[in-house]
Design a protein around this ligand. Sequence first.
Ligand code: ZN
Length: 369
Amino acid sequence: MGDITRAAVLRAIAEYDELGRAEFLTKYGFGEARSYVLVKDGRRYDSKAVAGVAHQWTQGRALRPDEFSGGLGAAVKWLTELDFLVEGIAAEAATWGLVCNPKLFDIDQLRRDGKSLESWKVTRFKGEIAPGDRFILWRSGNGGGVMAYGRITGKLRSEGLTNNGYWLEKPPPADYVPLAVDEWVDPVIPRNELIKDPRVSSTSLIQQPWAGLPHRLTGDTWTAVMEAVSSADAGSGETDPGLRPDTPGRAATTVQRVVRSSGVVRLVKEWHAHRCQICALRIELPGGAYYSEGAHIHAVGAPYNGPDVTSNVLCLCPNCHIMFDNGAIVLDDELTIIRHGHAVGFLRTDERHAIDPDYVRSHRERWQR
Ligand SMILES: [Zn+2]
């Protein structure tokens, strides 16, 4: 498997063009792509189907969809290795609104204790919420608003309730979705500010707060919240963070936190035009914007205390970000990408973006102990 040539892929694309999408997919038994598309001459093709069908000219028969993954481990990898452009499709990077009522869950105490938020309760959209999706954590009640954002890291589960000690009353049985906070927004971006923006005020989060969790948000709402987070950062007096070689400031508030200056991340994303430095994927959102994530190489939070500088940040897609943060991907000193112990290529680089080998080594050693 995976033994296909560029010529075979081009033949599969030609057949796809000739038959049309629906007939091509039906003929070979594939469904519509949900995560990745192959882009050629401005046209989009279901990448898994094309990769599977291409096998008939090298291996004697097309692969069936249940025989291989359409993701980074198989179809996307084969196609990108043959120099085809594969892009993530926006439908998969859903945005969800989660709500925390501090009278039910003592989130402030959790943060004072230096614990991370590991999961959150969901009561609807259970079949749709998926790893790699983004979330906004909304604080309800007085002084409410956006308090954090991050991404969903795994599949829904009904047992193994985490952050147990912080529920003020034992919650009724529910499903929980594992997640990771990218940034705590301190102070909270207040509700009253946010609802001036129709991209926020039109959401069910505001219109139907009783409707259950999560709330389905659009890419526009995500953008509106990110804009509000950025302008709050800009107002905090930090300047030109890309050039500061020091460690992130420790804010002297009751909750000690790392001041994550989004300017560093923004610059790195710009240098790479949002293309993942590991898998080359670039995720396009409706409206033509792109989505990528800034990944710190040597982790920023305690106990690692890596610096928030561009030489310690990579521009990654959500999948690679999760794998990198969990040690499924490490880099060697030559910036070879090592996935599950195997070299799979080199990190994409840009002359403007120097990467400090010390941080690369710290990340690697953290996972090779
Ligand atoms: Zn990637």
